[in-house]
Design a protein around this ligand. Structure first.
Ligand code: HEC
Length: 162
């Protein structure tokens, strides 16, 4: 009887030892899982942030490229229009001839804050060389008939000499 009691005590003791050992193992395992989860969450957050930053940088770069190439194409188109419509017969890019150079026109418009589109539509007075406006006036019949797109290209070309 005494022996059995000791055995029962022994078994109980062992099971307590095993259980607490299991608990400790489980706690340690949980801690490892939690750490792993945290690491994964941090990793995901860093990855997301990097992706967001990458996207933002790409957006800015794309816009910059668009701005440069877009302008370059407008300027090319504007120059072609100036050539086709005889503007370059009286206007050189950098030197005064019959009319003021486009550089002089561009700088004057920038300085005075003029609206070149309005002038070319016949809705604003000459601000560069009003005394010679009669020579330029006939050309407004050409520019007045141009589409908004063509006029935008033409003024972008002229203003590129600012
Ligand atoms: C027959 C010559 C002649 C032709 C062709 C000509 N221009 Fe002019 N242009 C002038 C003269 C002269 C002036 C200066 C008078 C003036 O300021 O309006 C002038 C001035 C201008 C100005 C400045 C206007 C201002 O505010 O004073 C612009 C912009 C302009 N021309 C654009 C054009 C465009 C675009 C064309 C082609 C569609 C063109 N010109 C064709 C002679 C010409």
């Amino acid at each position: 009887m005494k022996k059995l009691f000791v055995l029962v005590l022994f078994v109980m003791g062992m099971s307590v030892t095993f259980t607490s050992c299991d608990d400790a193992k489980k706690t340690a395992k949980d801690a490892v899982e939690t750490t792993k989860d945290a690491a994964k969450a941090t990793g995901d957050a860093v990855k997301d942030a990097a992706e967001a930053t990458g996207d933002a940088v790409k957006d800015v770069a794309d816009k910059a490229v668009d701005a440069v190439t877009g302008d370059a194409e407008q300027i090319k188109k504007g120059k072609k229009l100036a050539l086709m419509n005889g503007c370059l017969a009286c206007h050189q890019e950098h030197t005064k001839s019959v009319g003021p150079s486009y550089e002089e026109v561009a700088k004057g418009y920038k300085e005075k804050g003029g609206n070149m589109t309005k002038f070319l539509k016949g809705n604003a007075d000459a601000i560069i060389d009003p005394a010679q406006f009669a020579v330029m006036k006939v050309n407004l019949s050409i520019t007045q008939k141009m589409s908004g797109d063509d006029l935008a290209a033409l003024t972008t070309y002229i203003r590129s000499f600012e």
